[in-house]
Design a protein around this ligand. Structure first.
Ligand code: PLP
Length: 247
């Protein structure tokens, strides 16, 4: 199937967040909105056709997914990430940001500390601060055109601030970094040592340049498995989280 990537679709006056809310958000009306992961290409015809078919049915009641959906998900994880997941670990939520906010609320108390690595997807800080938790930043370091983690600062800040939860962005948005096994192991060992729960946002796992490999953080070591909530979104708008935490 050939797709037309030259077609320009006018999205103005469709209540589009990135085009119709510029002025409300303090920008000029004609600003070119490059800040949000929101497509300018029309979706593939298969998706439109499926939606039209569902619409023609004419009834928009409550729906659920059957076991087949979970099978597809499990196959995806094992074939792409060599990770054999169990059905009972899976929890569906309305979105990844929602899941992160719920994890913060479920596993930390007000005024507890939550660590992130800026620059990072801005809703992480909103999820922390709007839930009255304290944000601790372990900034990524930009050197020779690349970003890396400062793991000394990471551990120091965890100890000094008694960090309870860390939101890992893997692969990282916006720096585009696919974290290596070494980096993830070192980082994970520090979290295990200081009993820090990891929320690993792996929503971008499927968008990797050739030559790189996405590594699922939780499956790298059994100790990581025990203290990680992995957030994924293989299919939109149905969003699923892999949830693993000792209950
Ligand atoms: C790192 C990251 N997490 C989560 C999301 C959004 O997830 P959701 O729309 O499911 O809340 C994005 C979207 O750009 C993202 O970049």
């Amino acid at each position: 199937m050939a797709y037309n990537f030259n077609l320009v679709v006018d999205r103005k006056n469709t209540n589009s967040l990135k085009y119709d809310f510029a002025v409300e958000r303090g920008k000029t009306a004609d600003i070119l909105p490059l800040w949000v992961a929101d497509m300018d290409f029309p979706t593939v015809p298969e998706v439109t056709e499926a939606l039209v078919k569902a619409s023609r049915h004419g009834i928009f009641g409550y729906t659920e997914v059957k076991e087949d959906y979970f099978k597809v998900l499990r196959n995806w994880f094992s074939s792409h990430y060599h990770w054999d997941i169990e059905r009972k670990w899976l929890v569906k939520t309305p979105g990844v940001v929602f899941a992160i906010a719920m994890a913060i609320r479920a596993f930390t108390e007000k005024n507890d500390t939550v660590l992130i690595q800026r620059p990072v997807y801005y809703p992480f800080s909103e999820a922390i601060e709007s839930n009255e938790r304290v944000l601790i930043n372990n900034p990524l370091v930009y050197e020779n055109g690349k970003y890396h983690m400062d793991l000394n600062d990471f551990e120091e800040k965890i100890i000094k601030n008694n960090v309870k939860l860390f939101i890992l962005c893997n692969p990282h948005n916006p720096v585009g970094k696919v974290w290596t096994k070494d980096e993830l192991i070192q980082l994970g060992d520090i979290c295990v040592k200081h009993n820090v729960l990891v929320v690993s946002d792996e929503i971008h796992a499927d968008f990797i340049y050739p030559g790189h490999e996405h590594l699922n953080f939780a499956s790298l070591k059994p100790e990581f498995f025990a203290g990680t909530i992995t957030c994924t979104a293989p299919v939109r708008p149905l969003i699923w989280q892999v949830y693993r935490y000792p209950m």
